[in-house]
Design a protein around this ligand. Structure first.
Ligand code: BF8
Length: 621
């Protein structure tokens, strides 16, 4: 059955079947139509940077060993990789910038519906930035902090304050390798400069800058997004909710909040409580308003407000195909440009809200922090008014949502362990828990949806390796029932005993993709307690189903920070053995970590376990 080949989840399969029956096109169909995909592109040997090209290098060593400009295969492959990475870093960091800007506007009293929610976190950050807090109004502190963080984006100070959270031995490595990030925008702009024809032609030099650019994302733009979102909306604490397509309601107005930035989606969540809107929904024949999240903005809402999450990247079309979605509200990133076309098969309205991300066929309702609540109200009203257009004959909503637990911020994990990582370190030293792996990233139609995430997570917990997750990976494991304390029964004895003691799942949901910065802080704080670098810890990373340029940046800042990382989808670097060898092997001598590529998640678990054992041995445990 096609649906079973495409996705693991029962509710996804049900709706995939519906799309096939109704002739509604999805990413899987478009993926099939694109076969065979360009082999040159897949190897990374095609350069389309300038008007002398496009050029492609013959991977079999024929005559075309250089582009028209003379670039060889190493230069082209490395440059293409840096290009992807800096796009991803830009996406995370520009999202981060918007959050910091709203923090500033909130402090100045210019933003509607926002407040300083987590004063404790504000104080912690202010201290890091050398801002006085004693006896000061939190708004004044927030103003100074927001300006301090905005300066991280591009200044003359050439020093990224947040990156100083990394342990000293890790920072020493960055210093020696010359990859210490200087500022967020600067690294991205410099990356683009280096990619221009006739600038950087040394693949090692290009890749070192790729590392620096990724660090300015993980320890800069993404971290700023996470920290300032926490200050505005609260630092997540454990919370339970539900997931999969069964979170859609048969009799309420369904609004899907899709995209990445919580700035609008969280205001929609807060505004949907409005009595007038509820009354309007009833007037239109609905029993209320049902908000569900999708992708990373869904993760943000789940982590802080327990809003049900309907699905991940490959679920965006399926949610619409239930025929039960009144409105899909998007900001940016990971939104299929064809979503309005899918929506046109049903009554669903797609609403774009960012001037950076308009889509033809969608309704555009510009979101600005100055009138966020008013905009949120108008959007919700539009969805409610669309409810009578729902055609009951076209609706199919799967049964039985899956329970999950989320909200594991670094602060929450630390507090649950008694204020320090001593208990976790003791468990690791004793071998009760062998180590920890962060599984992150997307879905990709190249692989059965969620298969890589679920299989890898199950394999690791069975081997007493604690799993932390973000992004679509966390949603995949949520749908599979791995994010509940009862899933401890699937873990090895040691890990299961710790989970039972603390009442936590063996797979911890740490948030959205920018919240991979929470994983960095977690690793940094454990390393600091042990007095070692991140590269010395028995930990690993994995992106079994990644697709996006953002994932290239995440994987690279993981590796650059010392975290061995296994990719389930091959990056477009196989055309250059030099680039491949450097990333898979050469880096080990610099960061004590490297990339590996392994599409089979069981074998990926073997690789990660071997790496964890290697690091345990080096630590004499
Ligand atoms: O930032 S995991 S498919 S939704 S890129 Fe996109 Fe990938 Fe999902 Fe979130 Ni992240």
């Amino acid at each position: 059955e096609i649906a079973q080949q495409r996705a693991m989840d029962r509710t996804d399969q049900e709706i995939i079947t519906k799309t096939i029956e109704e002739g509604v096109e999805t990413a899987w169909d478009r993926f099939a139509l694109q076969q065979p995909q360009c082999g040159f592109g897949q190897l990374g040997v095609c350069c389309n940077n300038c008007a002398m090209g496009p050029c492609r290098i013959d991977p079999f060593g024929g005559k075309t060993s250089r582009g028209v400009c003379g670039a060889d295969v190493d230069t082209i492959v490395a440059r293409n990789l840096l290009d992807d990475l800096c796009v991803g870093a830009a996406a995370h960091s520009d999202h981060g910038r918007e959050v910091v800007e709203v923090l500033l506007e909130t402090a100045e009293g210019k933003a509607q519906g926002y407040q300083i929610t987590d004063v404790e976190k504000l104080t912690v950050l202010a201290k890091e930035y050398g801002i006085k807090t004693d006896g000061r109004d939190p708004k004044d502190v927030a103003k100074d902090l927001a300006i301090g963080i905005l300066e991280e984006f591009g200044t003359v100070k050439n020093r990224l304050q947040l990156s100083e959270r990394a342990p000293e031995p890790t920072r020493e490595i960055w210093k020696k390798a010359g990859v210490m990030p200087r500022s967020i925008d600067r690294e991205i702009v410099e990356a683009m400069h280096r990619i221009h024809m006739g600038v950087d032609a040394d693949y090692v030099n290009i890749l070192l800058h790729a590392m620096r650019t990724s660090l300015s994302d993980g320890w800069g733009g993404s971290m700023a997004a996470t920290e300032c979102s926490d200050i505005l909306f609260g630092t997540p604490t454990p919370i339970t909710s539900i997931t999969n397509l069964a979170t859609l309601s048969k009799d309420k107005v369904n609004i899907v909040l899709h995209g990445h930035n919580p700035l609008l989606s969280q205001i929609i969540v807060n505004t949907a409580e409005d009595a007038e809107l509820k009354r309007l929904a009833e007037e239109k024949g609905a029993k209320g308003i049902n908000l569900v999240g999708m992708c990373c903005t869904g993760n943000e809402l789940l982590m802080r407000s327990g809003i049900p999450i309907a699905g991940s990247f490959l679920d965006q079309e399926l949610a619409i195909a239930t025929g039960a979605v009144e409105a899909m509200i998007v900001d940016y990133q990971c939104i299929f440009p064809s979503v309005p076309a899918t929506a046109s098969c049903y009554h669903t309205k797609v609403i774009t809200t960012s001037s950076k991300a308009k889509i033809i066929g969608a309704s555009y309702m510009e979101f600005n922090p100055e009138n966020a609540v008013d905009t949120a109200k108008s959007i919700i009203k539009l969805a409610i008014e669309n409810f009578p257009n729902r055609n009951p004959d076209r609706v199919r909503i799967p049964e039985r949502p899956m329970k999950l637990m989320a909200g594991f911020s670094e602060e929450t994990i630390r507090k649950a362990l008694g204020g320090s990582y001593k208990a976790l370190i003791d468990a690791i030293v004793a071998g009760t828990i062998k180590g920890c792996v962060g599984i992150v990233g997307c879905n990709n139609p190249r692989i059965k949806q969620d298969y890589g995430h679920i299989t890898l997570a199950k394999e690791l917990i069975k081997r007493n390796i604690l799993v932390v997750e973000t992004g679509c990976s966390a949603i995949a494991c949520g749908k599979a029932g791995l994010l509940v304390p009862e899933a401890a029964s699937l873990a090895g004895e040691g890990l299961a005993s710790v989970c039972k003691l603390l009442g936590i799942p063996p797979v911890l949901h740490m948030g959205s993709c920018v919240d991979c910065s929470r994983i960095l802080v977690l690793a940094a704080n454990i390393a600091k307690e042990l007095g070692v670098g991140i590269g010395d810890l028995p930990i690993g990373g994995a992106a079994p189903e990644w697709y996006s340029q953002k994932a290239v940046s995440i994987g690279t800042y993981f590796v650059s920070s010392g975290v061995y990382t296994v990719l389930g989808i091959p990056p477009k670097i196989f055309g250059s053995s030099n680039v491949l060898n450097l990333l898979a092997d050469g880096l080990k001598g610099i960061t004590n970590s490297a990339f590996a590529v392994e599409p089979d998640p069981v074998k990926a678990a073997d690789l990660l376990e071997a790496e964890i054992n290697r690091k345990r041995k080096a630590l004499n445990i």
